[in-house]
Design a protein around this ligand. Structure first.
Ligand code: SF4
Length: 434
């Protein structure tokens, strides 16, 4: 038996790979990569059976104006940009309520770090959305945003998170992780929160009972060693807190990313083999400690997503409704996926679709054998299961596209006015001015 076969055999136990085994498998290519993907598929089946999950959600990126200039980010705009927008709190609430009416159980709110912002805007947003939609799960604010809120308001990370939780926040995205290596981060995005700062937010969130996702951005300037170290770091955190709900590998979308054009040596995103290798390796590294490995359809498209579902992935993420961040970076896989499209994706690889909530609790099982039909775009045509979102002919007309939003004078960010930060914070700001 080869050393690779022995490492794969140990991975199949579900106890998680050792560092040596992970490093060995991170370099797998050719038939060894096929074997890695097959082992990841087998472990996925052992842990979760043949179910495949998705969530009905909407992204609301309430502003693209940002004080930072991360090298991989094509979404942010400067204070004076003609494309800078800022959604007033009432518009965020309207979008959340509309999403709920179309079946969403979650809204995901993330945004730029707005100049002249106010640390309390985040809690104001949560309060306003929960007042209108108490049953909607709010999955919001990256560790970078939480740190920014703490900095703006002179409070600790714990105080900010406690306020958000009291306001109704349900969980946080574990984004702004990229690769958890300070030297590499300083090249990717100077001024980005450090590994210690990212970890502080995650630890505090988990300690308060706020789960987070975990992510890794790859396919730029990192090496396989960085990837393995990142996975093992997340696994140690998971062993300590148990607060990660899933791991989401995020391939670098290079087309419009500033750093791809700035000669820092960034690669043009991950190859298909790298995508397969990272998703499969994650399955074996985490084992049963973190059983949900999610593919981002918006980053890779549906064809590659199907391939990755055959190599360790069990979850296809959300409907999104308004995807902006990957779209502005050059991804061309759409800004919305209907539930029927996600079920079709899962069924195309023999999975039983399950609609889940943010915490992976089952909401609806689409049982029984399925022998089609699919429409021309891969949607499951299941008359009894279809929702209003499935039947929208042109979702962009209802939810609005990113391009329309960035061009809409009604939402233009006006530096002389500053952001709408909600009644409480607006009043506090006025008191400080007078
Ligand atoms: S990644 Fe976030 S913090 Fe960085 S520039 Fe983009 S919006 Fe700003």
């Amino acid at each position: 038996m080869s050393t690779i076969d022995r490492a794969l055999g140990r991975g199949l136990s579900g106890d998680g790979l050792s560092e040596d085994d992970a490093l060995l498998l991170a370099l797998a290519a050719g038939p060894a990569l096929d074997d890695l993907c097959a082992a990841a598929d087998e472990l996925r089946r052992t842990l979760l059976g043949e179910q495949g999950t998705y969530v009905v959600n909407r992204n609301i990126n309430f502003t693209n104006v940002c004080v930072m200039r991360c090298g991989f980010c094509a979404f942010s705009r400067t204070l004076k940009s003609d494309e800078g927008y800022y959604l007033p709190i009432a518009e965020v609430v309207r979008r959340a309520a509309q999403a709920q009416a179309f079946g969403a159980t979650e809204v995901c709110i993330q945004a730029g770090l707005v100049p002249r912002g106010h640390g309390r805007v985040y809690a104001e947003l949560v309060r306003a959305v929960k007042a209108e939609c108490p049953d909607l799960h709010l999955h919001a604010f990256s560790p970078e945003e939480v740190r920014y809120a703490a900095k703006l308001s002179g409070r600790t990370v714990r105080d900010v998170l406690s306020e958000l939780k009291d306001a109704g926040l349900g969980s946080l995205p574990g984004t702004s992780a990229e690769i958890l290596d300070d030297e590499l981060r300083s090249r990717l995005a100077p001024g980005r929160i450090s590994v210690a700062q990212w970890t502080e937010v995650i630890r505090e969130a988990h300690a308060l009972g706020l789960p987070t996702t975990s992510t890794m951005m790859f396919g730029h300037i990192e090496t396989p060693l960085h990837r393995v170290a990142h996975l093992l770091y997340l696994r140690r955190l998971q062993a300590e807190t148990g607060g990660f709900t899933e791991f989401v590998p995020l391939g670098f979308v290079h087309q419009e990313a500033p750093m791809f054009h700035a000669e820092v040596g960034a690669r043009p995103g991950a190859t298909l083999d790298e995508q397969r290798g990272v998703h499969a390796l994650a399955r074996l590294v985490f084992g049963r400690s973190l059983p949900h490995i999610q593919v981002s359809w918006v980053k890779v498209g549906f064809e590659v997503a199907a391939e990755l579902l055959r190599g360790g992935v069990d979850d296809v993420g959300g409907t999104l409704m308004n995807e902006s961040i990957s779209t502005t970076a050059g991804a061309s896989h759409g800004q919305v996926a209907t539930p029927a499209r996600l079920r079709g994706l899962l069924r195309s690889v023999g999975r039983r679709p399950v609609e889940r909530d943010t915490r992976y609790r089952t909401l609806r099982v689409f049982d029984g054998p399925f022998d089609g039909p699919f429409d021309g775009e891969g949607e499951s045509m299941e008359p009894e299961a279809r929702s209003p979102l499935d039947d929208l002919k042109n979702p962009d007309e209802v939810f609005g596209s990113y391009a329309e939003l960035a061009a809409d004078p009604a939402f233009r960010y006006r530096p002389e006015v500053g952001p709408d930060v909600g009644p409480e914070a607006n009043a506090e700001r006025a008191r400080n001015v007078t």
